[in-house]
Structure formats: structure tokens, C-alpha cells
Design a binder for this molecule. Sequence first.
Ligand code: ZN
Length: 319
Amino acid sequence: MSNYSICLDIGGTKVLGAIFDGDGKIVHRIKKKTRSSDNSINVEETIVALVNELMSEFGIRSDKIEAIAAGAPGIINNDTGVVLFTPNLPWRNYAIKESIEQVFGIPFFIGNDVNLGVLGEWTFGAAQGLDHVVGLFVGTGLGGGLIINGKLYSGHQYKGAEFGHMILNIDGPQCNCGQRGCLEAFSSKTGMSDYIRQQIRHGRSTMMESAVAEGVFRSKEMKNAYDAGDAVMIEAIDRACMYLAVASGNLVNMFSPQMVLFGGGVMEALGDVFLEKIIAKVNAFCLPSVRDSVTFAVAALGDDSILFGARALILEHRG
Ligand SMILES: [Zn+2]
């Protein structure tokens, strides 16, 4: 019986891998840091190595694996398995599905990581049974995912639901996409790190100084500073939550979802704090008629949302 499956979450800074048994339980897992800044990284080799490592550690061969699936950042055609574009990893029009299937001789599926995160929460987590869900995943970047009428909505050419680049202030801080004032520039770890560095330049002191010295802080460092009552960190979080509330209000008014779901590394670390702060602000930005019929929730599967979404992708293709 080939009823195990292997699911991967290929992030810009880390890779998660898991073996699921036939009942959908994770029976083995691997977590690794990646170096996406190094353009010589071979993503395909990384996936192959990770799959081989999972199989050898768990002690099974590929004939026991039904399928492999992965979530990755970027614009991905999850029907053909072609990665059209990705901002953080060196992939362009890359037919990765065929390559991986040739190596292992088993089906391989791939989709946008946040889309799969929402799919995972919708199939197995906080949003089960709902037909209309807006997902916001807060990490190094800020990704979006959308379930409409009981289906994942990817937009034309899989380019849709980029809620992180909703522009909230045209005079706001610079975003990685080239625009100013995107939700991502305020509320992602990148946006919060930029804000903290700006405050340090203004002469303020914070225990986050070394955490943001070389880029983006880690979620654990954010949590430690928050727990210690660091004023600059709390301010950055309050500001992030204010803009998440504005964006959520806009999305609620546009889509009237049953749930706005918050996931990603930031929520895994401080989800309840973020959720409370967002809910405290969001009413002001929602039309009263739609506010009454939406709930706000944190992802139930935590760091594993995308792994479970990859598993859902395999089940979908099984039919
Ligand atoms: Zn942007």
C-alpha cells in the first residue's frame, strides 16, 4: 500500500517537511533553515534531498509514498506545477513538477504557500465547513488567500489575492514590491523591523536593536520583547495591528466573508495578542451590516497550515 504522503513548506528562510500517514497524521518531520539570499541555491536539489532524508529517517521507500506536495512563495500554476515567478527564490517559469516526478516516479504537486495555508485551515483547521474565507498570513512578508463560494480563488493566471500589497497609505513606507504604504510595509516582520530601526535612528532605545541590525527580527525575539514590555516593540505591534484592522475592514466590506483568518509565523508567536488588538480596532472600518456576520480567528494548525494545505492538494488531485 502506498498510502503515505510527503508534504513540504518551502519558505524564504526555512523549509518544513513532513510525512503523513494514510489517516492524515504527521508521523515524521524535518525543519531546516535555508539561505534564499544565495542565488546559487538549487531548490530542486533541496526538495529532492529533503524527500530522501524524510524517507530514510522514517525508513520507507518511494513505493510507499502516494504523492509529494509543496507550498512555495510566488505565482504558481497549481494545475501544471509551473512556478511562474517568485520574489524570494530564484525560480522563473520553472517546470518543477516534471523534474521531481522524474526523480521519484510519483506524482508531485505545488501551490502558492499562503493559498495552501488557507486551503489547509479550510480543509483541516479553523475554517472548516465555511464557504467564504479571507486569509492573511503574517511573516517575513504578508500573504493573502481567499475562499469564495467554497472554492480557492487564485485569480487570472494565479496572480490574485495579493492582500499584502493592498495600498493603505500612498505616502507610507517603501514596500519590497516598489510601491509605498502596502499592508506588508506596515504589518509584516519586514515592516515592523523597518519601523524599529527608524525609532533607533531617532535615538530611542529598545531590546530589539541587535535583532533588527541585519534585517528582519525572528518571531521569538518579537515575543520576548513584547513579554518584557519593550515600548518600541509594542508600538510596532500596535501599528501593525492597526493596519491589519484597516485591511481586514476593507476585505470584509468587499467580500463579506464568514471568517477573516490570521496565520503565519507572527500569529504562531503572538496570535492572541494580535487578534485582540485587531478586533479592538476593526469595527471602525467595517460596514455595520457585514461586521455582524464575520468572525476573526487565528490559524488552528499554527506552523503546519501549509503542510496540511499541501496534503489537501494531494487529496484534491486524488478526486
Ligand atoms: Zn507592496
